[in-house]
Ligand binder design. Sequence first.
Ligand code: HEC
Ligand code: HEC
Length: 329
Amino acid sequence: MKKVFKFIGLGLGFILLLVAGFCAYVAIVGVPTYEAPTIPEANVEITPARIARGEVIGQIQCMACHADNQNRLTGKHLAEVPALFGKLYSKNITQDKIKGIGNWTDGEIIYFLRTGVRRDGSFAPVMPQYPNMADEDLKSVVAWLRSDRFPVQPAAIEAPESELSFVSKLLTHTMMKPLPYSTELINLPDSTDVVALGRYTADAIGDCYSCHSGDLIDQNKAHPEKSKGYYGGGIEMKSDDGTPILTANLTFDEKTGIAKKYTKEQFIKVVKMGVRPDGSILRQPMFPRPMLTDYEVGAIYEYLKTVPKLENDIARKNEELMLAEKPGH
Ligand code: HEC
Ligand code: HEC
């Protein structure tokens, strides 16, 4: 008997040693760097239509994380990220050749947006990847970044370096990885297919699922619908005043979802204007998206109807959070 325990003890000790070694390795290496990729060339033709479309995507994506308080894309502190992950900053993506991305090629930008990997093989873990964005929309984003619009004009400012927590570093060795680059053409959805358009707008360009699912990390970027708690909400974030806030359940669950809360018209209003039917205003990090058309937001509503219902009572959980925050409880 004793011998068995000794063996188990030795085994456990060995595993502990391995874990400790791995942790030390992660702490020293930080975010892993990959082999410098071979990046296909792309020469994006800049047209007014592309700039306009790129601006819409830029406003629902890039601006939220990269715009400073003067609306220039010089990078900023991402205040909504829970402290567990460290202190995170985005980067300067203006046309400045040194501080910004003025000397990146079109191909490098597209490759990075799909995979999260830069030309030197370094990986940007917090930056969302866009594996399902149509090629045409990616080109529009590039056209906008190259355009004469105010936010992208060169500004020689450098955002502070991110201070990733150990947890974040560990994640970049385990669950947060670059996505593979595919040369397969991704087409825009058929705009007369409302559900397909809604799914594309919500998942591929809106990135709504990444906040409104069950976990910030346990997500499937290539197949968003396989993410944990897809559209069931409940991820805890920080609002701009520092108070904790939970993301909403956007499924059509009759009791706890948005089924009873919103008609299509009301849903369009809350997403585009940030105002609920009772007049209350949505808090950060949810922001209004007036740049989307009624048709696009209505399409998201139609798509959400087709998503499996999840029971998750966010209103009650928000109340519990508020109580826990109050001193004396
Ligand atoms: C959820 C927040 C978020 C959104 C949305 C976002 N970014 Fe980022 N981005 C980041 C962060 C954080 C970094 C820095 C990552 C790092 O250094 O590891 C970054 C880095 C980058 C870089 C690399 C810059 C450099 O100098 O290395 C580029 C290019 C970029 N983003 C472009 C974009 C574009 C274009 C969009 C819109 C389509 C966008 N980002 C949307 C957070 C975001
Ligand atoms: C950065 C994270 C984030 C992203 C991205 C995001 N949301 Fe939200 N959303 C939130 C949070 C947090 C709330 C809760 C706001 C509150 O309680 O005041 C919310 C609330 C909502 C609500 C109100 C629900 C209710 O209970 O009244 C709707 C509708 C909504 N979001 C739709 C969307 C759609 C559609 C998208 C994509 C276009 C999206 N959200 C993208 C974080 C996000």
